[in-house]
Design a protein around this ligand. Structure first.
Ligand SMILES: Nc1ncnc2c1ncn2[C@@H]1O[C@H](COP(=O)(O)OP(=O)(O)OP(=O)(O)O)[C@@H](O)[C@H]1O
Length: 216
């Protein structure tokens, strides 16, 4: 039980086939990024899946997830309002950029014109003006990553779950995206959890870092 704002990873333990993968107990304050690092296969993505409510049934999980004091542990994924960003932009290939954005838009933005205006404003914010009607396949990797970020933000997430979101970008784009993502988390006071192998991501995130699976 908690009334603290932010995201609370309360005594979480994940097991797979009876084997302990990880144990985490950590609070993420609003506007800060908790970075999770550790060797491949230790369960970092599975931790995000547990937080987001989409952990595969093969895992056994203990512990609770609180978001702004509310126990989310048994709330279905689609009602947790957690924004996800992955290594791949995962845009719908049969939809235009604009339609991809409308797909993510929070339900309380109603009316066709208002929805379109919100999507256009977000595109501008991301430096993507003029791309509304484009086929996502014709965009660069960096542009696709920003469309994915725009789509996530339009859903007005209450927390961000970031799984290696910059790893497919070149150095320059990576720096831009870090700046955007971490800046927006701070500006909107959203707690975020970042899984990465890159110490530069962790340094740019500027928050606490936990290493899992490395303590003998
Ligand atoms: N859906 C699933 N069903 C069964 N086992 C799974 C499933 N997803 C992942 N695993 C296993 O769970 C373990 C943890 O995987 P996970 O992807 O969470 O690790 P990770 O730390 O994120 O790895 P990486 O750094 O390589 O992305 C691995 O042994 C993986 O094979």
């Amino acid at each position: 039980m908690t009334s603290s704002p932010g995201l609370m990873l309360s005594r979480i333990a994940l097991r797979l086939n009876g084997r302990m993968l990880l144990a985490v107990d950590h609070a993420v304050a609003p506007g800060t990024v908790l970075t999770v690092m550790g060797p491949s296969g230790v369960g970092k993505s599975s931790l995000l899946a547990f937080l987001g409510g989409f952990l595969a049934p093969a895992f056994e999980a203990e512990g609770c997830v609180f978001l702004n004091g509310e126990d989310m542990t048994t709330v279905p994924a689609e009602r947790r309002r957690m924004g996800l960003l992955f290594q791949d932009a995962l845009l719908f290939p049969h939809l235009s950029v604009g339609e991809n954005l409308l797909f993510g838009l929070a339900e309380d933005v109603s009316g066709r014109q208002a929805r379109r205006r919100a999507a256009l404003a977000m595109l501008e914010r991301m430096g993507l003006s003029g791309l509304y009607h484009r086929d996502p396949a014709t965009l660069s990797g960096g542009q696709q990553a920003r469309v994915a970020l725009a789509r996530t933000l339009l859903s007005e997430p209450r927390a961000l779950l970031l799984d290696e979101p910059f790893s497919r970008l070149d150095q320059e784009r990576r720096a831009d995206m870090r700046h955007l993502v971490f800046g927006l988390a701070r500006e909107r006071t959203i707690p975020a959890v970042l899984v990465t192998h890159d110490p530069e991501d962790a340094a740019a995130a500027g928050g606490p870092i936990i290493e899992i699976g490395t303590d003998a």
